[in-house]
Design a protein around this ligand. Sequence first.
Ligand code: NAP
Length: 254
Amino acid sequence: MTNLNMFSLEGRTALITGANTGLGQGISVAYAKAGANVIGVARRSCQETAEKIAAFDGSFKEIIADLSDTSVIPQIVEEAEKAFGRVDILVNNAGIIKRCDAADVTEEDWDAVININEKMVFFLCQAFAKGWLADQKGGKIINIASMLSYQGGIRVPAYTSSKSAIMGLTRELANEWARHNINVNAIAPGYMETNNTQNLRSDEQRSEEILSRIPAGRWGTPEDIAGAAIFLASDAAAYVHGFTLAVDGGWLAR
Ligand code: NAP
């Protein structure tokens, strides 16, 4: 019989960026339920997430940091280690999207998206992997990619660039670190009900176009990400490296 303990995160510590809302909140709650100590990094309070986790006596600590600038990384690492000791799992979830015709995108908006969605992801991976490479005890990285890691999208050139980069970066880091027992993978969510898609969902025509193309016939929810996120963070995924797993209600199969 299969030992389902391989999916347990008991005794592990997971750090999740953008843990105050949306998918980051969903992953935080799921990890705490799976037994992990959860550290939520966000630029504003994670109170709602903390309350959801406290409801089942889970373990949660927040770190307030603005992820638009890499200078915050040493503080994040220090506070995380002070809270729970070694961080075993890193989930790079925080991200932004700016919708605008390609012809009108400003350099400021381009930099803002690339800084959070791509540059910060790499340097957080580097910061935690340095410790894992030094102690040789392994680690798990889960980057949050997108359907726009696979597709072009429209009116989101910086976002598509950043999310396509995430799929490539996930492969690159896996090639370097797999032999050190560090699993680097990504999850590509489909169209999920979060702040990220608020504008799309409130545009009746776009919303209908999207919905009619999702084989599952509904938008995804933060809870839909839980299974894939737990799997990739767990021992069950020990030999899974460099892969971007779509959780998309079948969108890419269309
Ligand atoms: P969301 O509700 O907008 O969450 C984004 C998270 O990133 C929030 O916690 C946000 O904090 C945080 N964040 C943004 N800028 C930050 C900064 N400078 N410093 C610290 N935190 C910052 O949307 P979501 O859907 O859950 O997005 C989570 C991830 O999934 C993103 O990487 C997104 O691109 C990706 N994704 C989402 C979908 C979807 O359909 N929803 C699909 C594919 C991929 P605030 O709440 O303070 O803004």
